[in-house]
Write a protein that binds this ligand. Structure first.
Ligand SMILES: Cc1cc2nc3c(=O)[nH]c(=O)nc-3n(C[C@H](O)[C@H](O)[C@H](O)COP(=O)(O)OP(=O)(O)OC[C@H]3O[C@@H](n4cnc5c(N)ncnc54)[C@H](O)[C@@H]3O)c2cc1C
Length: 615
């Protein structure tokens, strides 16, 4: 054993050598690798820190990266020089949504952007200044570093070979977005975070455009799965026809052309790890977790990883303990943003199905990952909310929760549903609304329970047996029977068979003579899986019931006995929105809280029609 190997073995086992000299290797000179190397070297000047990068110096992929004001403040704290640079960069306040010939501006956000090339150049300079060794044009594999270095930081990006080599040890899962995208640039000028939606007979295409300095704007083109725009039937990653796409988006590019670094389509890799440490290897940045470009936070997360890792190594001498602490603290922090990123990715993949009225569609986009306060939105973007309300059939400034809705021929006077426990009275008023009418109560449109307040439609939650024996409406029976079918079977085939059984059992319970109750379906939300996975069986089940006249409304209900958070409600809302768009029936959410004002934007957007809460 050589002296150097011996020193490494000691270091790896967290011996007293820990406070002595160590050798650290980074794989990848992207934002994560460069910032980690710089901070480690600054904190431990006696350590040797070497960054290996397979590309030549100053060669990188992509165009601009954008940061929200919150992200800029975080970066300023972690890397003040970079924060200063960002403060001097292209800045803007607005989001602009362009769809169906309309343009809506939403001010009050705040972004800064710069080219990825500039960002990496700046970080590389800091690394060199700190005494880090940068080795360009040096592609490396984990195995060749293991014997030589005490610590290996894998910052080798979304297609990390290190992660692939340790996939089992790290519990890696790698999903693939359904849309194809290309990260392009243009000399066309944008002065907002601009989302462009174009629909043709061949399908939809989306662009995400924003300025990033150096006289250039970023222009990410996204083609949702199923769309054949300019690509025919091909779904394989292939060459991008820049001239054809420049013509396609010419109205928005004002005659400017698109340019590319690398000419291939890609599918967004959705990466999650259960663990990010294995022995003396720690995986950071995109190699450990990606965040969809539509929420623009991947670089920020990569920098945060680097910062926290270096901080932990500076504080905790024992290497295994330091890595374990980093892993324990860091992974939960990134999950929330990843979940939002995955939700946003699915939204853009499914956007064409929501594209009807441009104003309501814009509210749909803005509320895709979180509840939106409609009051706040109206204050920032009055014309947008006014148009959305008008398209909805509502009055300017009036709460959409007070609008009537038709469910299977029944006219419900408001969007609020109250569910009472058997034996209790129904009909508490919910106070909601905006501005001047904030104190005006919304009376429930539908009461699910033994009695209904004046004006409300009477409903009952039933099982198959109760539905079969339900009395006629003119004989005191409920106007609407909500058939509770519980969780959906996991596969489309099983879901279809179950629904066919229900149809056979209840037959014409909806009342072929029109005098039985209108029948709606209650289905339990699966909040543990992605709506992309749960939707096919759910739609298979609902289509059979719908065809049999047993699905005038779909109620997506909270699973019983679970502690539910806002994100669970977002999953259920996403599911309800997709069901509504696919089946064309009204949808309702039940059991996710008693604050209807939180969901007003979701009603306006057209994700749900009704909100059900306990009395
Ligand atoms: C279309 C698009 C738009 C985006 N927009 C934004 C945005 O606006 N804001 C934002 O915050 N984020 C954005 N991102 C995400 C952002 O690009 C990444 O999150 C960020 O680059 C991650 O940094 P990283 O250092 O982990 O990986 P990378 O930046 O990918 O760096 C990895 C480096 O490792 C090198 N490497 C790989 N393998 C080896 C090897 N075997 N040996 C040596 N070197 C190797 C690569 O050459 C590369 O330089 C966007 C991503 C995409 C796809």
């Amino acid at each position: 054993m050589t002296d150097r190997q011996e020193e490494n073995v000691q270091g790896r086992h967290g011996s007293p050598a820990a406070s002595g000299r160590r050798r650290v290797a980074c794989i990848g000179a992207g934002p994560a690798g460069l910032l980690a190397a710089t901070h480690i070297k600054n904190a431990r000047p006696d350590w040797e820190v070497v960054v290996h990068e397979r590309q030549p110096k100053d060669v990188t992929y992509g165009y601009g990266v954008v940061f929200s004001d919150v992200a800029v403040r975080t970066i300023d704290y972690m890397a003040p020089a970079l924060g200063e640079l960002l403060a001097e960069q292209t800045r803007w306040e607005d989001i602009e949504i362009r769809a169906k010939g309309r343009r809506y501006r939403i001010p009050g956000h705040g972004y800064a952007a710069l080219s990825r090339h500039r960002l990496i150049g700046e970080l590389a300079q800091h690394a060199i200044g700190a005494g880090v060794t940068l080795r360009y044009e040096t592609p490396v594999e984990l195995d060749e570093l293991r014997g030589e270095f005490d610590l290996i930081i894998a910052a080798d990006g979304a297609r990390s070979r290190t992660r692939q080599a340790l996939a089992a040890e790290l519990g890696a899962s790698v999903g693939r977005g359904r849309s194809r995208f290309a990260w392009l640039g243009t000399t066309a000028t944008f002065d907002a975070m601009t989302f462009i939606f174009e629909q043709t007979a061949e399908g939809a295409a989306i662009a995400h455009g924003y300025p990033h300095g150096d006289g250039l704007s970023t222009f990410v083109v996204e083609v949702p799965g199923g769309s054949r725009v300019l690509t025919g039937d091909s779904t394989a990653p292939g060459e991008i026809d820049l001239a054809a796409w420049s013509d396609f988006f010419s109205e928005h590019l004002g005659g400017h052309r698109l340019q590319a670094r690398g000419l291939r389509w890609d599918h967004f890799p959705a990466i999650r790890l259960e663990r990010c440490v294995h022995e003396n290897v720690v995986v950071i940045g995109d190699a450990a977790h990606t965040v969809h470009y539509s929420v623009g936070s991947g670089t920020r997360l990569a920098l945060e990883d680097a910062f926290l890792l270096a901080r932990t190594l500076a504080r905790v001498d024992d290497l295994p303990r330091a890595l374990a602490e980093y892993e324990r603290r860091r992974l939960p922090m990134v999950r929330e943003l990843q979940t939002a990123g995955e939700r946003s990715m699915r939204w853009f993949e499914n956007a064409p199905m929501f594209l009807d009225d441009p104003a309501r569609f814009s509210v749909h986009l803005l509320s895709r990952t979180a509840h939106v306060d409609l009051d706040g939105l109206a204050a920032e973007a009055g014309p947008l909310v006014d148009d959305a309300r008008a398209a909805y059939g509502g009055a300017r400034g009036g709460s959409v929760l007070r609008q009537p809705v038709d469910v299977g021929g029944l006219r419900l006077p408001s969007r609020l549903v109250v569910e009472t426990a058997p034996g209790t009275g129904a009909g508490t008023d919910a106070t909601t609304g905006t501005g001047a009418d904030a104190a005006v109560p919304v009376r429930p449109g539908l009461a699910l329970g033994p009695c209904a307040p004046d004006g409300a439609v009477r409903g009952a939650v039933v099982d198959i047996t109760a539905l079969r024996s339900a009395r006629r409406r003119d004989d005191g029976g409920p106007d609407l029977a909500l058939l509770d079918l519980g969780p959906c079977p996991p596969t489309p085939e099983r879901a279809r068979r179950q629904a066919e059984f229900v149809v056979r059992e209840v037959g014409g319970a909806g009342g072929a003579d029109g005098r039985g109750p209108v029948v709606a379906v209650r289905t339990e939300a699966d909040i543990d899986r992605s709506p992309n996975e749960t939707l096919p069986p759910l739609l298979a089940r609902l289509r059979v019931l719908h065809d049999a006249g047993l699905c005038a409304l779909v109620d997506v209900m909270a699973p019983k006995g679970r502690n539910l958070g806002t994100d669970d409600a977002m999953t259920a809302l996403e599911t309800a929105g997709m069901v509504r768009a696919a089946l064309g029936v009204p949808t309702m959410l039940s059991g996710f809280g008693d604050h209807p004002e939180q969901v007003e934007a979701h009603v306006l957007a057209g994700r749900i029609d009704l909100w059900c809460m306990p009395s």
